[in-house]
Design a protein around this ligand. Structure first.
Ligand code: PMP
Length: 364
């Protein structure tokens, strides 16, 4: 008989850098006004909901999905107006595509570069796949520090660069010329992450094909489909073919494919909702500017970053009043005393203003 097998613990087996990670935190939000995750607050019109119900009822959920998601890809190509020759690859949310990209280029010493503060998953995923992460600080007003970024690119020779356009959590749209400079200077791939494209005044989609190393990533999460988990990356087939080898064959299910296609057939409805969110954003910006002690930053996304004294207490005050936003205080040093609020429906936003004012008054 062999000797008893020694007990194995996670501590012995799991890579140290994974043990050191904090899992992406999703706070409980039951019965709260949920303005923490950049979701679209609008419900779909009843007729469209009925149409979805009908096609879901008939869906062949006993079968695996179309692994190539041909219909949905075709619908995406149509509404996105991709330049000729460009293709798309789908992800289970764009998070999954970040991971595919990182897996594809991860080799000893390979660098993933982004700016800071930006979307935290770039850094986390670099760690998942064993890449070295380099974060270049943004300027004080959250614009790109072009000189510092170009110097870091020259020094680090990144295999992969992510630029969120508009940026999360700051909300601003980087200078397009500065982004072009970065694309031209980068020896590796540059991914312009347009998660918030529906609320922004510019896009790099028309630039696809002009640079050999540019890909543009988008998600439908902010356009009313967060629950479906559908994102895509667009660019030259030569790149997408390689990424496709790493994609798990059935990464987008039957129902997400079907419902996303149905919704894209009513793209005008989604765009009208995005338009109403943009006009609510203008009102929210005015409301925040009107409150004493708040510094709100310009936004081309469906959220606004603002700075307020005692931010963590203000955040807790909001929570006690039933409003959940995102506390960024204590994370990146550039975000000291910063909170981020998603633009909700007019009713939700009014409740947010009142709760915010009350929370601030209580601390005075
Ligand atoms: N990129 C950016 C900049 C984001 O803010 C987010 C979501 N917070 C994502 C990508 C991922 O979105 P999803 O996985 O829902 O497509």
């Amino acid at each position: 008989m062999s000797a008893a097998r020694p007990v194995v613990t996670p501590n012995q087996l799991i890579r140290k850098e994974i043990q050191a990670l904090h899992a992406y935190h999703v706070p409980p939000s039951v019965d709260m006004i949920k303005l923490d995750a950049m979701e679209n607050p609008h419900l779909l019109p009843q007729s469209l909901r009925d149409e979805i119900a009908r096609c879901v009822a008939e869906a062949a959920i006993n079968r695996y999905p179309d692994a190539g998601a041909h219909q949905l890809k075709e619908d995406i190509r149509k509404v996105t107006q991709l330049p000729a020759g460009m293709d798309v690859l789908l992800g289970n949310g764009s998070d999954e595509i970040i991971q595919l990209l990182a897996m594809a280029v991860a080799q000893p010493g390979a660098v993933l570069l982004s700016v800071e503060p930006s979307f935290v998953m770039y850094k986390m995923i670099a760690t998942f796949v064993g890449m070295r992460y380099v974060g270049v600080p943004l300027a004080g007003d959250f614009s790109l520090d072009l000189d510092a970024t170009l110097a870091a690119i020259e020094r680090e020779r990144p295999a992969l660069v992510f630029l969120a356009y508009p940026n999360n959590p700051t909300g601003n749209l980087f200078d397009a010329d500065a982004v072009r400079h970065i694309i031209e200077a980068t020896p590796g791939l540059v991914v312009v992450d347009e998660a918030y494209y529906a609320f922004a005044s510019d896009s790099f989609i028309p630039q696809l094909g002009k640079y050999d190393n540019l890909l543009v990533m988008r998600t439908y999460s902010k356009l009313g489909m967060a629950g479906l988990r559908v994102g895509f990356i667009a660019g030259d087939k030569a790149w997408l073919e390689q990424l496709d080898k790493l994609r798990l064959p059935y990464n987008v299910g039957v129902l997400p494919q079907l419902v996303a296609s149905t919704l894209l057939a009513h793209h005008d409805v989604l765009l009208a909702q995005a338009e109403s969110i943009r006009s609510e954003r203008t009102k929210m910006m005015a409301a925040l500017h009107a409150m004493a002690g708040i510094e709100a930053y310009p936004s081309e996304a469906n959220f606004i970053l603002f700075r307020v004294a005692k931010a963590t207490q203000v955040f807790e005050g909001l929570k006690q009043r039933g409003v959940l936003i995102k506390n960024l205080n204590g994370g990146h040093p550039a975000l000291a005393d910063c909170l981020r609020v998603t633009v909700g429906s007019p009713e939700e936003n009014k409740k947010f203003y009142a709760a915010l004012q009350d929370s601030i008054n209580q601390l005075a």
